[in-house]
Design a protein around this ligand. Structure first.
Ligand code: PHE
Length: 457
């Protein structure tokens, strides 16, 4: 079991790490998935359940991942390998690293397709192609667009080029530069859109939809499953992303503080996204639709008919695109860092090659939405049972929760106490104890129960 050289590169400060980790966490999950889940699953009660999952399961595992990365100073696979060696544990724990890296690359394959839709919608909105169209035509355009593989392929390709392009330039000139520029832009766009939603749209209806508690819905088992699953996804947990970002973290940075900031920022963005989307939807007399339809059909319909819709619509899609971009780079970096250690092909070559592989897998998702689905049905690609759903289920429902449980158990039961205490640098002993109870018992047991009940639900 050979372990390559330690990673020498570091973020230039703890703030850059916080920007990058927040950039990873804030993505399509916050803006596209969360608002609808909250509105649909019991409003305020769901938000509370979700916050509890984030605090009890999400934050402790996030801290653990960052810690493993920093202690191991390698790609997820090698960081875990090094800790296994130091604590004399079984090699089976390596699974954590492999599964994270693979889940990240698989998720990116479809994430890029949806980010590609976002690019296409930025262009459609800014050029006024949707302005003034009635609702059925806006919806019809979306359906025609996603089932036209040629168009979607172009955008998917463009997005993967943007992602590999950043990775190819390395930590300092690629990732750091990107997040330093993109994250403040994202914040500005968000504040602009929020002020519009507060002053010009139906803000109180939005607040109501997002926060009014509906106790009956919120106690359904499915809701808890979605809340935990989403907590993992939105915090970029169990995909190696936070491990590799942790591997670049300077030595003295307190992990608890940094992780807490990331969690709070991620949650605020998700809530703000809801407070932007729903007021605009309701002010235009529309009903929020489910899933992709909310962002790519309902919302564009609202932009098509409201005054200033071209402007605000463009801001919105650019916001979504930037959020997706900073997440995408963190989805591929774990695999890039591993391949660099393994094959020594140089960063640029490695990034482009791996980007190419992910691009190819993404083509299957493109096809699964398209009319080509029928021609390729022998490969199991059909519209009803598409590759997209398969990858989504495999990653979000199986790999992420299992990976999360294992990370928690590894840190809670296998790693030596001194190692962890020194590394986490928790300010109080009681905080350390809480963390330990969380990773030893609360997170693994909680996630396992939820997974098992979901199998029978
Ligand atoms: N957290 C991102 C989101 O909410 C998705 C993501 C997962 C990004 C894992 C990187 C790693 O969209």
């Amino acid at each position: 079991m050979s372990v390559p050289e330690k990673i020498q590169a570091r973020w230039s400060s703890r703030w850059v790490f916080i920007l990058a980790a927040t950039g990873s966490a804030v993505g399509l999950g916050n803006i596209w998935k969360f608002p609808y889940m909250a509105g649909k699953n019991g409003g305020g009660v769901f938000v509370l359940v979700y916050l509890a999952c984030i605090a009890l399961v999400g934050l402790p595992i996030l801290m653990t991942e960052i810690m493993i990365g920093r202690k191991g100073r390698g790609s997820p696979v090698n960081a875990v390998r090094k800790l296994i060696r130091e604590s004399g544990a079984s090699r089976a724990w390596e699974f954590i690293g492999w599964s994270g890296m693979l889940a990240g690359a698989l998720i990116l394959s479809y994430y890029s397709v949806i980010a590609g839709w976002t690019m296409a919608y930025t262009v459609k909105t800014v050029t006024g192609q949707l302005a003034g169209l009635p609702p059925d035509q806006v919806s019809g355009q979306f359906e025609a667009f996603v089932s036209d593989p040629k168009q979607v392929l172009v955008w998917h390709t463009a997005f993967m080029l943007m992602t590999s392009g950043v990775l190819a330039r390395g930590l300092e000139h690629g990732l750091e530069k990107a997040v330093k520029f993109l994250m403040p832009s994202l914040l500005l766009l968000m504040l602009g859109l929020l002020s519009y939603a507060i002053t010009n749209a139906d803000f109180s209806a939005g607040v109501n939809f997002l926060f009014a508690p509906d106790f009956e819905k919120a106690i359904e088992p499915g809701v808890l499953v979605s809340a935990i699953g989403h907590a993992f996804f939105t915090l970029s947990i169990a995909m190696g992303a936070m491990m590799i970002y942790g591997a670049y973290l300077p030595d003295q940075t307190p992990i608890f503080g940094a992780a807490a900031i990331v969690v709070v920022a991620d949650t605020l963005v998700a809530l703000c996204a809801g407070l932007i989307i729903f007021p605009i939807v309701f002010a235009n007399g529309l009903e929020p639709a489910e899933g992709p339809g909310l962002i790519f059909q309902t919302l564009p319909t609202a932009f098509a008919q409201m005054p200033g819709g071209v402007f605000w619509g463009t801001l919105f899609f650019v916001l979504l695109l930037l959020a997706a971009w900073t997440s995408a780079i963190s989805l591929l970096e774990p695999a890039v860092s591993w391949a660099l250690e393994r094959f020594h092909l140089g960063r640029s070559m490695t990034s482009w090659l791996l980007g190419g592989v992910v691009w190819l897998v993404g083509v299957l998702t493109v096809m699964s939405f398209s009319d080509w689905a029928f021609e390729f049905s022998f490969l199991g690609i059909t519209k009803e049972n598409g590759i997209f759903d398969m990858i989504d289920i495999l990653t979000s429902i199986i790999m992420l929760p299992v990976g999360g449980i294992l990370i928690a158990l590894f840190a809670g039961w296998v790693l030596k106490r001194e190692m962890i205490e020194e590394l986490l640098g928790l300010p109080h002993d009681s905080l350390y104890r809480i963390w330990r109870v969380a990773v030893r018992y609360v997170a693994p047991v909680g996630v396992a129960i939820v997974m098992i009940t979901s199998l029978f639900a």
